[in-house]
Design a protein around this ligand. Sequence first.
Ligand code: SF4
Ligand SMILES: [Zn+2]
Length: 143
Amino acid sequence: MTEMSPVRLFVRLPYRDHAACVGEPPEVFFPERGDWQAVEAALSVCARCPVREECLEDNLNETDGIVGGTSAKERRRLRKERAKAHGYNRVQDMPYSLRGVVTPIPHGTAAGAKAHRRRGEELCRRCREAENVRRLERAERAS
Ligand code: SF4
Ligand SMILES: [Zn+2]
């Protein structure tokens, strides 16, 4: 599947069609620790990407790899900065109802469905679909 996006979470998002990383080998975005040349290569793809901002917002919670023109460390710093702007030291200290303004829900995943529930929200369409798929898979395994 050569046109697979390297980023697990946004594969299904509408702006995927414009992503500069579509068609790049996924491993480009997961450079070895300390391999600065490889990091630069990944960042240069993001630098020419027209949907970098949307991508970063959607993947701010990603703990691995280069995404949205940032490293995991930079994303950690960004999350922290945003929590601070709301008067909290860390995202973990924030009430669930407020976390959405700092770390977006990873829609379309099981984690996304869980996050909606914790915040007392209805599941969005993509999270509901992801849950249905999981349920079907579980039922298939059990039968
Ligand atoms: S910003 Fe980078 S990771 Fe995100 S869609 Fe663009 S090229 Fe891909
Ligand atoms: Zn959702």
